[in-house]
Design a binder for this molecule. Sequence first.
Ligand code: GAR
Length: 189
Amino acid sequence: MAYVVLVSGAGSNLEALIEADVGKISSVVADGECPALAKAEAVGISTRVIPYRGGRASFTREILDVAGDAEALVLAGFMRILGKEAIARFPNRIVNIHPSLLPSFPGLDAVAQALAAGVKVTGATVHFVDELLDHGPIIAQKAVPVLPGDNACSLHKRIQIEEHVLYPRVVEALLAGRLSVEGRTVSWS
Ligand code: GAR
């Protein structure tokens, strides 16, 4: 089953999906030039840059055009909010990874937010995407302890180690139809 990966940054989660050989990535879409694109091109995956202009609805429509008959959208460090057209076209078929234990610390700089709050444990969350920011039903989480002396960089590195294990597992389960959603509860089979 083919899916589209949406990126904005370094592409380490994209790389983890490629290395885990989960399903077929039909294309990688970015909202601007970023290192993730070269990672896709290096393994022959087609890429597209769709700059965010003209508003959320037209940006989303352009992404849906590229998605064609793909089965799912996988947001891997994608720093834009998709419009409701995408959620309608892919109900419970859009997933996102976020570097905190949601619902704590949604939005930008989640790792710095956790440090500023003084929490002792943070982590990574994979969730279905709905129309609100970092809000849809939670599929999987992994806790990561905050260590004395951590800064945003050291803590984010440890969170990403967990992300790279978690995300391929979730995407594999999604493509295999092993995730079901009732209200806010996601069950694995
Ligand atoms: C990841 O840590 C991901 O959780 C985060 O961006 C990073 C992207 O890294 N996503 C968000 O903050 C979304 N709200 P990558 O480009 O190396 O995969």
